[in-house]
Ligand binder design. Structure first.
Ligand SMILES: NC(=O)c1ccc[n+]([C@@H]2O[C@H](COP(=O)([O-])OP(=O)(O)OC[C@H]3O[C@@H](n4cnc5c(N)ncnc54)[C@H](O)[C@@H]3O)[C@@H](O)[C@H]2O)c1
Length: 264
C-alpha cells in the first residue's frame, strides 16, 4: 500500500484529507501536536474502523528533529513514504501595526518552516527509496490576495506558493511532484477565530451570524465549503491523475476569489 503523512490532521481540513486518502487506499499517518493527542487517536480509530490502516504520530512541524522522527517512524511503521501533505497551519489576525516579532516568527515557524521541513525531508526519503513521490502543501486564497489584518499569515501563504514552485523545479528530475491547495473559507476551528474577530469589529455578539453574512466569505457558488471539498482536491493531487502536474497552487474556494474582486 502507498503511504501518506498528513500533518495537522487531528481536526478540520487535515482530518478530512486523512479520511479521504485512507478511503483512496493509502496507509495514513495522522500527525498533530501533543495537545491534540486524543483527537489524533480518534481519527486513527475512525480510519481503522473503516478497515484501513492508520498510525498517529505526535510531532511539531516547526521543529526539525520532530519532522525527522515523523518520517523515520512512518517508514518504520509502513515501510515507505509516497505522499506528504504539509497541511498544519495557524492563523494570526493581528494587524501590521500591532504585530510583534514573536507573533511573526511563530506564524512563519509553523506555516512556512514547517512546510519547508516537510517538503525537504520527505523528498530526501523518497530519493533514498528511489521511488516517485508527491509533496502537497497547504496554501490559502490568502496566498493569492491579501486578507485584511493578517499580514504574517498572508505572507506565509504567499511564501508557500514560491517554495512549491522552486521545489517543483528542483525535484522534478527525481520524479517528485510538488503542488499546493488553496482553500477559500472552510468552516473549521481556524475560520472560527476569523469569525470572532469579524464579530468584534462589527460589534455583533453572534459570531456565527457575523461569519455567515460577512462579505469576506461570499463566493460565486453561494455555498458553504467543507473539509471534504478540499480533501477531494488533495486526493487528485495525491493520485495518478495529477502525474503530469507540478509547481501548481490550486484554488478551491467556490469562486470566492472572483467575488472578492467584485466586492472588496
Ligand atoms: N479553514 C479555512 O478556511 C482555511 C482557508 C485557507 C487555508 N487554510 C489552511 O488549511 C490548513 C488547515 O486549516 P484548518 O482550517 O483545518 O485549521 P485548524 O486550526 O482547524 O487545524 C489545523 C491543525 O494544525 C495543527 N497544528 C498547529 N500547529 C502545528 C504544528 N506546529 N505541528 C503540527 N500540527 C500543528 C493544529 O493543532 C490543528 O489540529 C492550514 O494550513 C490553513 O492555513 C484553511
Amino acid at each position: 500500500m502507498p503511504t501518506a503523512i498528513v500533518t495537522g490532521a487531528s481536526r478540520g481540513i487535515g482530518r478530512g484529507i486523512a479520511l479521504r486518502l485512507a478511503s483512496d487506499g493509502f496507509d495514513v499517518v495522522v500527525n498533530d501536536i501533543v495537545q491534540q493527542k486524543d483527537h489524533i487517536e480518534n481519527v486513527v480509530s475512525e480510519i481503522e474502523q473503516s478497515g484501513k490502516r492508520a498510525h498517529g504520530i505526535v510531532a511539531d512541524v516547526s521543529k526539525q528533529a520532530d519532522v525527522e522522527r515523523l518520517i523515520s517512524e512512518t517508514v518504520k511503521t509502513f515501510g515507505q513514504l509516497d505522499v506528504m501533505v504539509a497541511n498544519a497551519g495557524i492563523l494570526e489576525t493581528t494587524s501590521l501595526l500591532e504585530l510583534t516579532t514573536e507573533q511573526w516568527d511563530h506564524v512563519m515557524g509553523i506555516n512556512l518552516r514547517g512546510v519547508f521541513l516537510c517538503y525537504s525531508m520527505a523528498a530526501g526519503q523518497m530519493i533514498k527509496q528511489k521511488t516517485k513521490g508527491k509533496l502537497i502543501g497547504a496554501c490559502s486564497i490568502s496566498g493569492y490576495r491579501p486578507s485584511g489584518k493578517a499580514p504574517a499569515y498572508c505572507t506565509s501563504k504567499w511564501a508557500v506558493r514560491g517554495l512549491t514552485q522552486t521545489a517543483a523545479l528542483e525535484l522534478g528530475e527525481h520524479g517528485i511532484t510538488v503542488n499546493a491547495y488553496c482553500p477559500g473559507s472552510v468552516k473549521t476551528d481556524m475560520s472560527t477565530v476569523f469569525a470572532k474577530r469579524l464579530a468584534k469589529e462589527q460589534k455583533d455578539a453572534n459570531v456565527d451570524e457575523a461569519y455567515k453574512t460577512s462579505s469576506h466569505r461570499k463566493n460565486a457558488l453561494n455555498q458553504e465549503l467543507f473539509p471534504e471539498d478540499i480533501a477531494s482536491l488533495v486526493s487528485f493531487l495525491a493520485g495518478k491523475d495529477s502525474n503530469a502536474m507540478t509547481g501548481q497552487t490550486m484554488i478551491c474556494d467556490g469562486g470566492m476569489y472572483f467575488t472578492y474582486l467584485l466586492c472588496p
